[in-house]
Design a protein around this ligand. Structure first.
Ligand code: ATP
Ligand code: MG
Length: 202
C-alpha cells in the first residue's frame, strides 16, 4: 500500500468509527418536544443568538413571542426588524427597567406586568418559540419570584421552545433547562476603546 493509500485507509476507518458514534446518538435522541434554552455568561452573543434562532424558526413558518425585560436607552435593531413581522409579537418591558432608573417600586411593577404577559404566552400553543431576553435580571434583583417563573416555564405546551438570555441564571432555571450555553468574554471591542455601534451592539 502506498503512503497515500494508507492515509486514505486510516481516514476511512476514523470516519466510519465517528459515523457509528453519531448514528448511535441520533438513534437515541427520539423524543420530540420543545426545549428550554438558557444563554448565559459575560461574553457578547447571547441576545443575538436568541434572535438568530427566532429568525430560523420564522423561516419555518413558526410564530414567535418576544419580551425584552430590560429597556436600553436605544431602540434596538431586533425590535425595529421583528416588530413588523406578521408572526411575531414583540414587547419591550413597560416604562422600562434599565440602569437609568433607580425606582424599585416602578421596576417591580414593570417586571410584574411583563411577566404576566409572559405567562399568557406560556399557555398559548400558538407560539412555537418564545424569547425572554434578559429575564435573568428580574430574578437576580428579586423583581420576580424564581419558583413562579420556573412553574410557568415547566407547565408550558409540550412543543413550545423557550430561550432565556442573561449574564447569570437562577438555579431554579438551570434545574429545568434542556440546553445551557455559556458565552465567555475572551475579549470585547469596548475594552479596546471601540464605541457601541448599531447593528452590532444594538
Ligand atoms: P448581544 O446582544 O450583542 O448578543 P449579549 O446579549 O450577549 O450581547 P448583554 O449582556 O445583553 O450581551 O449586553 C448587550 C450589550 O453589551 C451589547 O452591546 C454587547 O456588545 C455589549 N457587551 C456584551 N458583552 C460585553 C462585554 N463583555 N464587555 C462590554 N460590552 C459587552
Ligand atoms: Mg443581551
Amino acid at each position: 500500500m502506498s503512503d497515500d493509500q494508507s492515509v486514505q485507509q486510516a481516514h476511512r476507518t476514523r470516519m466510519a468509527a465517528k459515523k457509528r458514534v453519531v448514528d448511535e446518538r441520533i438513534a437515541r435522541a427520539q423524543e420530540s418536544r420543545g426545549v428550554l434554552i438558557l444563554l448565559k455568561g459575560n461574553g457578547k452573543g447571547k441576545s443575538s443568538s436568541a434572535f438568530g434562532t427566532l429568525a430560523r424558526a420564522l423561516g419555518h413558518g413558526q410564530r414567535g413571542g418576544v419580551i425584552q425585560f430590560i429597556k436600553g436607552r436605544r431602540e434596538t435593531g431586533e425590535h425595529l426588524f421583528f416588530r413588523d413581522h406578521p408572526r411575531v409579537d414583540f414587547h419591550v418591558m413597560g416604562h422600562g427597567f434599565s440602569w437609568e432608573t433607580q425606582d424599585l417600586a416602578r421596576d417591580r411593577e414593570a417586571a410584574e406586568a411583563a411577566w404576566e404577559l409572559a405567562e399568557r404566552m406560556l399557555v398559548d400553543p400558538g407560539y412555537q418559540i418564545l424569547v425572554f431576553d434578559e429575564l435573568s435580571y428580574m430574578l437576580k434583583y428579586g423583581h420576580l419570584d424564581a419558583q413562579r417563573v420556573a412553574a410557568a416555564l415547566s407547565g408550558r405546551p409540550r412543543e413550545q421552545n423557550v430561550i432565556i438570555t442573561g449574564r447569570t441564571m437562577a438555579n431554579a432555571l438551570t434545574e429545568i433547562a434542556d440546553t445551557i450555553s455559556a458565552v465567555a468574554d475572551e475579549r470585547h471591542a469596548f475594552r479596546l476603546g471601540v464605541k457601541a455601534q448599531p447593528g452590532i451592539e444594538y
